[in-house]
Ligand binder design. Structure first.
Ligand SMILES: Nc1ncnc2c1ncn2[C@@H]1O[C@H](COP(=O)(O)OP(=O)(O)OP(=O)(O)O)[C@@H](O)[C@H]1O
Ligand SMILES: [Mg+2]
Length: 407
């Protein structure tokens, strides 16, 4: 390691403090700093004040605002998923349950070292941009859209890394769209949130010939436990730390894991069709998304399977929903089905067709960085209150009812 790692400990539990200090002191490159304050510490072991957790959280917020490179290890005697969720959202890197054991602390330090070493070589790597795709109802084409937006970006930016995550927990099938056979996916990762790190996530990714990395769902939709609270957000956080672009197929059910994904996305693409049931569901979905108070421009609506003689219906739908469509994807069932049957994206198998061209030419306009600049703060600037989970937090942003806007 290039330099010593400065460790600060803010822990009232004497046994926890001693165990941590003992383990850290035995490692060659660590220096436990004495006295109060984190100073120029690289790592802080912080104990949660279990009677006033919000105080600890605001302390963490202040610390990370002042020192974004500081890594906070949180320790507490109880493991509450809601608390873990909030802690990881704030940027806590590791959670160590009390009593502290060598078996828990050593791997956490190893993960820290990997990140610490990577920091120097990774030269100010920006967190990746997350685009979530959600269907207004089943079968509207959410998976086709998510897959082809991802492969289109990978095609246009071959030197940039792109990940596609299948968050459909009712039979996610993105492996079929890319002809990739994946043994383990999100279901496996979500089993133990405390063990999640880049190495484990990386080992669960399958690489497509285009370069794209797929994280499969693994959920079949039969009586399975959902991902534990916080795990989706954590997985996406890790994916965005490893990839410049992350696309998430959210299926069409607005459940907790999907809400987590939407909260931590820079852009949300709602896919619909101009059928009456789909339009009705779109209205309901947009109302539900309105409750999350996302910034203007974060939610975009696209019509899939559009045919030109639907112009009047399109205008009426836009009036009803109070927003303009951000994209009209042409209808071509034969080509879409053939691509799926061959396990090939439209952008590769049918790059000369109208639909293939739509993805290759339209993607950047739809979800390019410009969209983020116009409407969506990214990374650390994202408003904490603009979220489904924001309602559990004390401060609320201004009401943004009324017409959602699009870029
Ligand atoms: N632009 C299009 N034109 C015609 N057919 C399309 C188009 N896009 C997708 N399809 C077809 O629509 C069907 C459903 O697509 P897809 O699986 O992507 O939908 P989905 O919303 O993910 O469905 P599910 O709810 O089952 O996950 C597939 O047969 C696909 O080939
Ligand atoms: Mg799907």
């Amino acid at each position: 390691m290039a330099r010593l790692i400065a460790v600060s400990i803010d822990c009232r539990n004497e046994a926890a403090r001693q165990t941590f200090e003992e383990i850290v002191s035995r490692r060659r490159d660590y220096l436990v700093t004495k006295g109060q304050g984190t100073g120029a510490a690289d790592m802080l072991l912080l104990e949660l004040d279990e009677s006033r957790p919000q105080q600890t959280f605001s302390h963490i917020r202040e610390l990370l605002n002042a020192s974004p490179d500081l890594e906070v290890f949180l320790t507490a005697s109880r493991t509450d998923p809601q608390m873990l969720l909030e802690a990881f959202r704030l940027g806590v890197k590791e959670f160590l349950p009390q009593p502290l054991t060598r078996q828990e602390v050593e791997p956490a330090l190893a993960r820290f070292e990997e990140r610490f070493t990577g920091r120097g070589s990774g030269a100010e790597m920006q967190p990746g941009r997350v685009v979530s795709v959600i269907g207004a109802r089943g079968g509207v084409g959410a998976s086709t859209v998510a897959t082809n937006l991802a492969t289109s970006v990978q095609h246009a930016r071959q030197h940039e890394s792109v990940a596609l995550m299948d968050l459909d927990m009712h039979g996610g099938d993105l492996g079929l769209f890319l002809d990739l056979h994946v043994a383990q996916g999100l279901k496996h990762l979500a089993k133990d949130i405390s063990r999640l790190d880049e190495t484990i996530v990386r080992s669960s990714l399958a690489q497509h010939a285009s370069g794209l990395h797929l994280l499969a769902s693994g959920y079949e939709g039969f009586d399975e436990a959902e991902p534990s609270a916080g795990s989706t957000m954590r997985v996406i956080g890790l994916l965005r730390s490893m990839h410049r672009h992350v696309f998430v197929d959210c299926g069409h059910v607005l459940e907790s894991a999907v809400k987590e994904a939407l909260d931590c996305s820079d852009q949300i693409i709602v896919v619909t069709t101009l059928s009456l049931p789909a339009i009705r569901r779109t209205k309901r979905l947009l109302e539900a998304l309105g409750a999350a108070q996302y910034p203007a421009g974060k939610v975009l609506l696209v019509v899939n399977r559009y045919v030109n003689d639907q112009k009047d219906l399109l205008n009426e739908t836009e009036d009803l929903l109070g927003l303009r469509m951000a994209g009209l994807i042409p209808n071509d069932y034969g080509t879409a089905k053939e691509a799926l049957d061959h396990g090939k994206p439209l952008t590769i198998m049918a790059s000369r067709t109208t639909i293939g061209q739509w993805y290759l030419r339209g993607t950047d306009q739809l979800i390019g960085e410009k969209a983020a600049v116009n409407g969506t703060p990214s990374g650390k600037e994202r408003s904490k209150s603009a979220s489904f989970f924001g309602r559990y937090l004390p401060s609320f942003g201004p009401e943004t009812k009324g017409k959602p806007s699009v870029v």
